[in-house]
Design a protein around this ligand. Structure first.
Ligand SMILES: Cc1ncc(COP(=O)(O)O)c(C=O)c1O
Length: 354
């Protein structure tokens, strides 16, 4: 079925790559020569096209702009030393995309459009993949409602697109994190587990407030008591306490099920840690810190990879770390990087060859 997917390909006349350097790329600022577009109309996906990267022409009443039926994904393609291109765990992002679609009352995307469309697009623009440490080709699939009519109801029409951005690191130094206890990201029954655009819009005010007092991001806590920790910005969070790695469990539906989180859990087990998913309260963290058992705190995410946290602040209680002395987060990042860059065997079957 995948081989027969009918994609209309229109190539760019001239590559922008001739005037772009792939060295020291910022995150998400540059885009490749092509994009993929497909339309959902009359209950089916049609008009699947790869074409030159270009602006969209939208009716001002486009439903996604007003009512927020808009979801996305984020994943990365890497090039090994021999120039072979692979995408990291794309099926996981594909499955999560459709989980988000279902929650937002949007149509699911067929596997062949998501996977084969992405493969063909990445293959076409593979010269854009940077070959430098902490750099990769960021892949952004997204879908939004395109009905041109006002009124709160699920749209009848949608657009699915994929764009590609050669990128460097998202956070390039250890972070200072403020434990949030006023604003809320997600509550049980809400959309926290979906990669819905509105989750990010809703998070910006709290993050801006934290930035005013010198913090990079907030660590969200539960909506009712502000007692249990959830996640940070666009990252899941891990705490190394003694010989165990703790991360919040996903049962309340308030946390995005990160592909990097899942990969980190596998690698931490391989490194000999007990990996424990459970509710983690701020008090648990403070107790562990007072007992000198809270060794490391880091975030995991596609954009951020593994990001060390050098300070965690809860009310007036400040936990500071000497990240230079850490062993676990750097080792975890090294193991992940080695698999992604093809330096070691893909022992978990994570790399999808383009
Ligand atoms: C809210 C949120 N949490 C966690 C993550 C990490 O998920 P992943 O590792 O799949 O990138 C992301 C990024 O996608 C995110 O946006």
């Amino acid at each position: 079925m995948i081989a027969t997917l009918d994609i209309n390909v229109q190539k760019a006349e001239r590559s922008k790559l001739l005037s772009t350097s792939l060295e020291e790329m910022p995150f998400g600022k540059y885009f490749t020569d092509h994009m993929l577009e497909a339309d959902y109309e009359d209950g089916e996906w049609k008009n699947i096209e790869i074409k030159p990267y270009q602006p969209l022409l939208l009716d001002p009443s486009t439903a996604a702009i007003h009512y927020g039926q808009s979801i996305f994904e984020g994943l990365k393609a890497y090039k090994d030393d021999n120039g072979n291109v692979s995408i990291f765990r794309p099926y996981d992002n594909y499955k999560r995309f459709n989980v988000s679609a279902e929650r937002m009352q949007m149509p699911s995307i067929p596997e062949e459009i998501f996977m084969e469309g992405m493969r063909r697009l990445v293959e076409l623009d593979k010269n854009w993949i940077p070959h430098q440490e902490d750099h990769a080709l960021y892949i952004r699939p997204f879908m939004f409602a395109t009905d041109a009519v006002l009124g709160v109801k699920p749209s009848d029409k949608y657009k699915f697109m994929i764009i590609l951005s050669p990128t460097g690191p998202y956070y390039n130094k250890p972070m200072r994190i403020y434990v949030e206890e006023k604003y809320v990201r997600a509550a049980p029954g809400g959309i926290g587990y979906a990669k819905a655009a509105g989750n990010y819009g809703a998070s910006m005010h709290a993050t801006a407030e934290a930035k005013k007092i010198g913090y990079d991001q907030v660590l969200w806590t539960d909506a009712f008591e502000h007692k249990y920790v959830q996640e940070i910005g666009t990252m899941n969070v891990f705490f190394i306490i003694g010989n165990a790695a703790f991360t919040p469990d996903l049962t309340s539906g308030t946390i995005l099920s990160g592909v990097t989180r899942e990969s980190a859990m596998t690698l931490l087990k391989e490194m000999g840690f007990d990996v424990i998913e459970r509710q983690i309260s701020v008090d648990d963290l403070i107790d562990a810190h007072r007992a000198n058992m809270l060794y490391e705190v880091f975030g995991t995410g596609t954009a951020a990879t593994i990001s060390s946290i050098r300070e965690l602040r809860y009310k007036d209680y400040v936990i500071e770390f000497d990240v230079e002395k850490w062993r676990t987060a750097p080792e975890l990042k090294k193991r992940l990087d080695e698999i992604r860059s093809g330096k070691v065997a893909d022992r978990f079957g994570w790399m999808y060859k383009v």
